[in-house]
Design a protein around this ligand. Structure first.
Ligand code: SF4
Length: 425
């Protein structure tokens, strides 16, 4: 089997930004649905798009100008107030908070500290885990002091690679010294720290990619990090993707990537890290975002471009420039998911969490997915245990293929039409 790559930001079921615009009627229906309480769980996702880097592998919607920061924070707080006061939300059990971006740690400490307090207070979520994404260049003593004072549960630091030549190609702003210093300070402060390591770049003439990845993972382990976010570069809507097509840079083959994944998995697991999701290996810390996106809870997402799911309504917020001008809620696309889609979120998305618990399969779903699960077992991608279907090591190297295979044919066609699915050689 050859690997396919799906865009990172694709989460089943697909929300069509252009066709599923939030109309006045849909927004109204959504607001009415939040008038009644429900005994569910939810994650709070807060998006801070500000960033001072232009990493060439990154395709996130970013804002480089902090001049609009106070306007953005005001809009964000209005959105927080909007959801926090709804009866449906008041009845939710908040399982955690994730602050992502962009670079949340780029904010001045007093503004970030105040925002953290605001989110915790408004959602009555003082004692839940709170994870935050940071860049090494922003992790000076004052910021580390704030993270400690606010009892942040986990900090994710964007490293990508420790190879200085590859870092230059990727246009990473933080120097290697900044990065090592930030990681050392976080460790000294006793803050649970994960690092992002990225693989699967095109051939940039920087040496053997398998050796680079093994060395990156070994360096992260030697630094004593608590987790590694080991994710695949996806060539779409980023400067490196343009360079690939302009210069015809060779992209790794399916076989190359499988070797890299298996080698990194083996190094991490033999050093005591447990693979918790498709890309997270850890020995401490809470897995929040991934579980919410794959059906364990709702996700109240606030901030520009963020993707949420509340009471069966999936939505995407407006991008930064429109978000600043919008009334609350600043929703661009919105769809009430069908009961069938809601039931299938954890089933279709199971490869990203590595296992499918049998107790979430109704009799009807067992019948519907029986052939696919048997096929995966025959292909040695999946193993059946007494309570679950669990990905094998081979299956873990083909997660996107399995994820795609779990969708209905019409859904697969729609994704082929709307998104770029990369089929590797
Ligand atoms: S990877 Fe992070 S630091 Fe780099 S440009 Fe993207 S958001 Fe900014």
């Amino acid at each position: 089997m050859k690997k396919i790559l799906l865009p990172h930001q694709f989460y089943f079921p697909y929300l069509d930004i252009a066709r599923e615009r939030a109309t006045h009627e849909k927004l109204n229906e959504f607001a009415i649905s939040l008038g009644k309480s429900a005994p569910r769980k939810s994650l709070i996702y807060v998006h801070l798009p500000f960033c001072n880097s232009e990493c060439s592998f990154c395709g996130f919607d970013k804002a480089y100008d902090l001049a609009q920061l106070s306007r953005y924070i005001d809009a964000l707080k209005s959105e927080i107030d909007h959801y926090a006061g709804k009866p449906y939300v008041l009845g939710l059990e908040i399982s955690g908070i994730h602050i992502g971006g962009g670079t949340p740690s780029l904010l001045p400490e007093d503004i970030l500290g105040d925002l953290i307090d605001n989110v915790r207070n408004r959602f009555r979520a003082d004692h839940v885990p709170l994870n935050i994404e940071c860049s090494p260049v922003t992790l000076h003593d004052g910021m580390i002091g704030l993270l400690k004072e606010k009892k942040i549960s986990r900090v994710s630091v964007g490293v990508q690679t420790f190879d200085p030549v590859l870092r230059r190609h990727l246009n990473i702003l933080s120097s290697l010294d900044d990065t090592l210093e930030a990681l050392t300070h976080l460790k000294r402060a006793g803050i649970i720290t994960y690092v992002d390591i990225m693989y699967g770049f095109p051939d940039l003439g920087t040496g053997n990619p398998l050796e680079t990845v093994e060395s990156d993972v070994n360096k992260a382990i030697a630094l004593g990090v608590d987790g590694v976010d080991f994710s695949q570069y996806y060539p779409f809507h980023n400067p490196l993707a343009q360079r690939i097509s302009k210069q015809g840079l060779p992209f790794p083959t399916s076989e190359d990537l499988v070797k890299v994944i298996l080698a990194a998995t083996s190094v991490l697991e033999s050093s005591g890290y447990v693979q918790a999701t498709e890309y997270l290996f850890c020995n401490k810390g809470e897995i929040l975002l991934e579980k919410a996106y794959f059906g364990e809870s709702d996700c109240i997402a606030v901030g520009s471009g963020s993707l949420g799911l509340i009471n069966g309504y999936k939505y995407r917020n407006k991008r930064y420039a429109q978000y600043l001008k919008s009334e609350v809620p600043a929703i661009l696309s919105l769809r009430k998911l069908t009961e069938d889609e809601l039931q299938r979120i954890p089933i279709v998305g199971f490869p990203r969490l590595l296992r499918l618990p049998k107790n979430i399969l109704s009799e009807q779903m067992k019948e519907r997915y029986g052939d696919k699960l048997r096929e995966l077992i025959d292909m040695r991608m999946l193993e059946e245990t007494s309570d679950s279907f669990v990905l094998t090591n081979k299956g873990k190297a083909f997660i996107n293929n399995i994820y795609f295979m779990m969708m209905e044919e019409a859904e697969q066609k729609e994704i082929e039409r709307q998104l770029k699915i990369l089929r590797l050689q």
